[in-house]
Design a protein around this ligand. Sequence first.
Ligand code: SF4
Length: 345
Amino acid sequence: MSFADRVVAWQKVRGRNDLPWQNTRDPYRVWLSEIMLQQTQVVTVKAYFARFLEHFADVQSLAGGSLDEVLGLWSGLGYYSRARNMHQCAKVVVQEHGGRFPQDAQTLATLPGIGRSTASAISSLCFGERVAILDANVKRVVTRTQGFDADLAVSSHEKLLWELATGLLPAIGTTARDMARYTQGMMDLGATVCVPKKPRCLECPVSTDCVAHRNQDPDRYPVRSRTVKRSSQRIFLLLAQTPDGGVWLSRRPAPGVWAGLYCPPLFDSDEAMCSALTAQQRMRLVPSEAFKHVLTHKDLHLHPRHLEASEDDDFGDQGRWVSAAEWPGLGLPAPVRKLLEANAL
Ligand code: SF4
């Protein structure tokens, strides 16, 4: 049996076959799940996926929705550029492709927010195209089985890995069903068996031709030398609220932290915040405890300041008063939502 045949056979009996975005060839659903699953755990995605579909059942309704609605539904999933790109992508599919997703990976990869691996996942799962995927989980399977120890921070090495992954595909002429099963099998292997720490090699269908298993050094793979430098930033948040639960919010500009989301006025320091307020307002400021919020490449040290205000107050920043009924539905950064919920009437 070839490598691919073993992955296909294993997927049938041991793979994941009951996730909410499986057992469909609808590219809208597969695309939605693929984007949500980037950097987010399956268990978290399940709830968001269901809620998103309830609101936007197809690509036409998503394209016709507002960015605010999309960001509101995405709120809490993080990495909001995914949501912005998704909304943009839906519009392009409707306006330039007649509301139907292209069926080949090459064309799919020209759409906003769809990279090569996501494009291949959609085209192989939905249309049976014979193309390789290479997301983080599959990279682990391929580098380990092939003993590929070149540094993936170097783009020519990454290109080589794509060639190796393509060489492992099922034979030309494989049915669309088996091609989809192979793609799903590679994802499942990386997610459930060939996990980063302590891979379950004894349960693995490709252990007999796995170099890392033979050498007992799976932890060596994949090799990536460049580590992203973390930075940190202090942010002072002015949480101005009216007695009936209204909040002063404005949409954050792009680029920058929380671009496109709704936020209270943000400042670099207490001094900067105070100089934007009247003497009367300053006297009503109530500080609460600072806390850390971790983003991918950055630690945010957040310093909330509460202010009981009236609707006559204006805090600039191109903001407005948003009622207690409206703000929960907006796209808000997770820590801002928590602060507002803690202080809600
Ligand atoms: S044998 Fe082990 S290291 Fe190799 S692919 Fe399977 S789980 Fe991963």
